[in-house]
Write a protein that binds this ligand. Structure first.
Ligand SMILES: *Cc1c(COP(=O)(O)O)cnc(C)c1O
Length: 369
C-alpha cells in the first residue's frame, strides 16, 4: 500500500468514530442461532406498534410508480406539514430522516475555524455532523444528565455558528420547560443558529415541554427538527423535517441531495401524519410501558433518569456493558451508553407490555446471576 487514505481524510473525519446503531434483530439471531421472532429489541427507540395501517396502504399505492424519481420538492408532504405547523411551505425542509436535517445544517453553516455547541450526553449525530465538516465541537457539561442551557449560552463564542439542543434529549430522556427555552432564545446571539431537535416531542403531553414551533416567529435563528421515525413509526423509511425561517430553509435546500426523500417515505409520512388514532395509541402504549418499566426497576432496586421520551436510561450501579452482553444471551437487545459517557446505564426503549416484561425478567435474572 503506497497511500494512507486515512491520513488523507480531513482531520475532523480522521478523528471521527462511526455512529454505533442498536444491534439488529437478525444479527443477534444469526449469532445465537435463535428464531428472530423470539428476540426482543428495545434498542433504537422504534415504535413497537409497527407502522400505521394507513401508511402501509399509502406505500402500496406507490409501488407502480417506483420507476419514477420522487417529487424532489415533496409538495404534498410539505404542504401538509406547513398547514399543520402553521407556517409557510417555504419554511419546511424535508430530510432523509431528521439526521439529514442536522447534516444539512452542519454542511451549510459549519466549517474549519467555526464551532458548534452542544451538551455532554447529547445525541451522537451532533459530534459526527460537526466534525465531518471540519468544525470544532464545544461540549458543555450536563447538569443532572440534562442540558445546562446557561452554561451552553456561556460557551457560545465569536466562532459559534450552531447550537444543537435535543428536547427531550436522547439518550437521557431529560427535558426542559418553556420558560427555560424562552430565556435561552432571548439571549442567544442572533447569528447563531439554534437547532432544536424535537425527535420525541410527540410523546410529551401537557404543557411541561415547549412546542418549538411557538418560538419561530420571534426567533429567525431557530430551526425545529422533527421526525417520522419515532412516534409515527416509520424509522425504516427515513423521513424527517425542519421548520425554520424561509431564508434558512432556502440555504438548506441548496446543499440538499435533489431527491433526498423517497416516494414511499413521502406517501407514508403524509398518511401517518393524518392518522391521529395511531399517534394516540403510540402515546398510550408508551405511557403505560414507561410506568411498567419504572415499576420493574423499583422492584429490582434500580434507579433511573426520569424521561419524557419513548425510552428510559436505567442506572445499574455497575458497568452496563457486561449486563448488555448477558441480556443479548437472553435474546433481549437494549442499548449500552458507555459511548455517551454513561458507563453504568443502559438505555431501554419502551416496548409492548409483553416485550417490557421479557426485558424486566431477563434483567432480573442477569442481575441475580
Ligand atoms: C432518533 C433521533 C433523531 C431522528 O432520527 P431520524 O430517524 O434520522 O429522523 C434525531 N434526534 C434524536 C435526538 C434522536 O434520538
Amino acid at each position: 500500500m503506497t497511500c494512507d487514505f486515512l491520513a488523507l481524510a480531513q482531520p475532523g473525519v480522521q478523528k471521527l468514530s462511526p455512529y454505533v446503531p442498536g444491534k439488529p434483530v437478525d444479527e443477534l439471531a444469526r449469532e445465537l442461532g435463535l428464531d428472530p421472532a423470539g428476540i426482543v429489541k428495545l434498542a433504537s427507540n422504534e415504535n413497537p406498534l409497527g407502522p400505521s395501517p394507513k401508511a402501509l396502504q399509502a406505500i402500496a399505492a406507490e409501488f407502480s410508480e417506483l420507476t419514477r424519481y420522487p417529487d424532489g420538492n415533496g409538495f404534498a408532504l410539505k404542504s401538509l406539514l406547513a398547514e399543520r405547523c402553521g407556517v409557510q411551505v417555504s419554511q419546511v425542509t424535508l430530510g432523509n430522516g431528521s439526521n439529514d436535517i442536522l447534516e444539512l445544517v452542519a454542511r451549510a453553516y459549519l466549517a474549519p475555524g467555526l464551532n458548534a455547541v452542544f451538551s455532554e450526553h447529547a445525541f451522537a449525530v451532533y459530534p459526527i455532523a460537526t466534525q465531518a465538516v471540519g468544525a470544532a465541537a464545544k461540549v458543555v457539561p450536563a447538569k443532572e444528565y440534562g442540558h445546562d442551557l446557561e452554561a451552553m449560552l456561556a460557551a457560545i463564542d465569536a466562532q459559534t455558528r450552531v447550537v444543537f439542543i435535543a428536547n427531550p434529549n436522547n439518550p437521557t430522556g431529560t427535558w426542559f420547560g418553556p420558560q427555560t427555552l424562552a430565556n435561552f432564545l432571548a439571549r442567544v446571539p442572533e447569528q447563531v443558529l439554534v437547532v432544536l431537535d424535537e425527535a420525541y416531542i410527540e410523546y410529551a403531553e401537557g404543557e411541561e415541554l415547549p412546542d418549538g414551533l411557538d418560538y419561530l416567529a420571534a426567533h429567525a435563528n431557530l430551526l425545529v427538527s422533527r421526525t417520522f421515525s419515532k412516534a409515527y413509526g416509520l424509522a425504516a423509511l427515513r423521513v424527517g423535517y425542519g421548520i425554520s425561517s424561509a431564508q434558512i430553509a432556502d440555504v438548506l435546500n441548496r446543499v440538499r441531495q435533489p431527491f433526498n426523500v423517497n416516494s414511499l417515505a413521502l406517501a407514508a409520512a403524509c398518511a401517518a401524519f393524518d392518522d391521529a388514532d395511531y399517534l394516540a395509541e403510540s402515546r398510550r402504549v408508551n405511557a403505560a410501558g414507561m410506568a411498567q418499566l419504572e415499576a420493574g426497576f423499583r422492584q429490582l432496586g434500580l434507579s433511573w433518569i426520569a424521561s419524557k421520551a419513548n425510552f428510559i436510561a436505567v442506572d445499574l450501579g455497575q458497568p452496563g456493558l457486561p449486563i448488555y452482553q448477558a441480556l443479548l444471551g437472553e435474546g433481549v437487545i437494549v442499548r449500552p451508553v458507555t459511548n455517551y459517557g454513561m458507563p453504568n446505564y443502559l438505555r431501554v426503549s419502551i416496548g409492548l407490555p409483553e416485550e417490557n416484561a421479557r426485558f424486566l425478567a431477563a434483567l432480573g435474572k442477569v442481575l441475580a446471576a
